[in-house]
Ligand binder design. Structure first.
Ligand code: SAH
Length: 219
């Protein structure tokens, strides 16, 4: 079990302010805003030096040299998913588990893969301590999760050098993939929709920064 910092009225107030900031930045999906307004983001941050800043709209370091995404990025990607309750969602890059928790709070059936073993173990314990038990996997997100496919939605939360074919192939007809694509510092946020004939439409929704999607390395 992970010992979680307490969650009190002060944190709840800070969350309401964060939701106002996200609204002002253009997030409209009320289900996304409600999930973020309810989730104790400070309980996903291990470094106590950052606890006071947990409800600022910024990214933070988490173990294994990774980051918990900025709330705006989490909200933007989640909004693009057009999620409805009961949908089967694959997340690549569990990280802190915050995005995972947002998806769960919105009623999704979540499957999430993480490439760093210590992070996978820590996040599994953390989410269990918070009463959440998504299907977490230690492994390589490039391959997706063939055993559980197809998915209604797939979200990638690390910067991919290209769109992995395996992920596209694991989408249902009408399914949506949201993935930041690009090597180097900056990625383009791409949303792809799988058509009934197996082809995909693709939209570019702007520039973002993510830690890289790792290849050929398991630690
Ligand atoms: N959704 C996370 C974001 C974490 S950062 C959060 O809200 O905290 C991206 C994560 O993707 C990192 O934890 C990194 O280890 C993981 N990752 C990178 N390459 C991966 C791969 N090939 N398969 C699965 N996870 C990967």
């Amino acid at each position: 079990m992970v010992v979680l910092p307490k969650d009190d009225y002060r944190h709840q107030g800070l969350r309401r302010q964060l939701v106002d900031v996200l609204r002002a930045k253009g997030i409209k999906d009320e289900l996304v805003l409600t999930a973020i307004g309810n989730l104790p983001r400070h309980q996903f941050i291990d470094d106590t030096a950052f606890l006071e800043l947990a409800y600022q709209d910024i990214a933070f370091p988490i173990p294994c040299g990774q980051t918990i995404s900025q709330p705006y990025t989490v909200a933007f990607q989640t909004e693009l998913l057009e999620l409805r309750r009961g949908m089967k969602v694959l997340e690549v890059g569990t990280g802190s588990g915050y995005q995972t928790a947002v998806l769960l709070a919105m009623g999704a059936k979540v499957f999430s893969i993480e490439r760093h073993k210590p992070l996978y173990l820590l996040t599994k314990a953390r989410l269990a301590s918070m009463g959440m038990r998504p299907n977490l996997y230690f492994g390589d997100g490039y391959r997706g999760l063939p055993r559980e496919a197809p998915f209604d939605r797939i979200i990638v939360t690390c910067g991919a050098p290209f769109v992995p074919e395996d992920l596209l192939g694991q989408l249902k007809s009408g399914g949506i993939l949201v993935i930041p694509v690009g090597e180097g510092e900056e990625q383009r946020m791409i949303r792809m929709v799988r058509r009934a004939d197996g082809t995909n439409s693709s939209e570019d929704l702007g520039a973002f920064r993510f830690v890289p999607m790792l290849q050929d390395r398991v630690s």
